[in-house]
Design a protein around this ligand. Structure first.
Ligand SMILES: CC(C)(COP(=O)(O)OP(=O)(O)OC[C@H]1O[C@@H](n2cnc3c(N)ncnc32)[C@H](O)[C@@H]1OP(=O)(O)O)[C@@H](O)C(=O)NCCC(=O)NCCS
Length: 173
């Protein structure tokens, strides 16, 4: 039985192995420029577990979308032999519910609108924003958890999450 759970530090190895299997090219993506060297937003990293195995992952990251605070969602990944069973949808629903409960106003991502529209993602609110690298406009999507939170937002999306090195130093202190 598969269930969605908060990611723990002990999950990092299994999550990376899953992502390497499912998305071998993920490090080349413009979204990765917003994640590298950063910690995900507190309480907004989730895994799908099947017994002791991690079979799905999604995380959310602090960014500034122009002058608006927002979250970047991704990568979303599910083990290939378990696709089409709603694991991706469950990860998305938990991630969006928790982001909303935590008071976040908007989530952006780069992904196929044919998949993400069902979770409320559309291109229009992101139309004035630019990722740090080329992305297809139709795949640059936003979900305004608070209506109008990205209205007239313009400019670059920039990383805004805690720096991993600062985090390591704090943990060591
Ligand atoms: C995208 C992904 C996370 C979906 O996980 P999942 O557990 O299969 O998702 P769900 O079971 O909730 O939904 C499956 C449905 O979404 C559809 N779907 C999946 N990916 C899709 C896509 N890129 N575009 C359109 N539809 C898609 C499936 O065809 C299926 O449709 P159905 O319900 O009509 O049969 C999974 O396919 C995956 O890990 N892909 C590789 C990594 C990736 O591309 N991640 C997204 C980065 S943008």
């Amino acid at each position: 039985m598969i269930h969605i759970d908060d990611e723990t530090p002990a999950d990092a190895g299994g999550r990376e192995l899953l992502l390497d299997r499912v998305m071998p090219n993920r490090r080349t993506k413009p979204s990765e420029r917003l994640r590298e060297g950063r910690m995900p937003a507190t309480g907004l990293a989730f895994v799908a577990r099947d017994g002791g195995m991690i079979v799905g992952s999604v995380r959310l990251w602090h960014v500034m979308a122009g002058d608006r605070p927002a979250l970047l969602l991704g990568p979303l990944a599910v083990e290939s032999h378990l696709r089409g069973k709603g694991v991706g949808a469950s990860l998305m629903q938990v991630a969006l519910n928790r982001a909303e409960l935590a008071g976040h106003a908007a989530v952006i991502l780069v992904g196929d609108p044919e998949y993400y529209a069902r979770f409320g993602f559309v291109a229009d609110p992101a139309s004035g924003l630019h990722m740090p690298g080329p992305v297809e406009r139709r795949r640059f999507l936003a979900n305004e958890l608070v209506a109008g939170s990205l209205a007239r937002a313009e400019g670059r999306v920039e990383a805004h999450g805690p720096d991993v090195r600062a985090w390591d130093l704090r943990a060591a202190a």
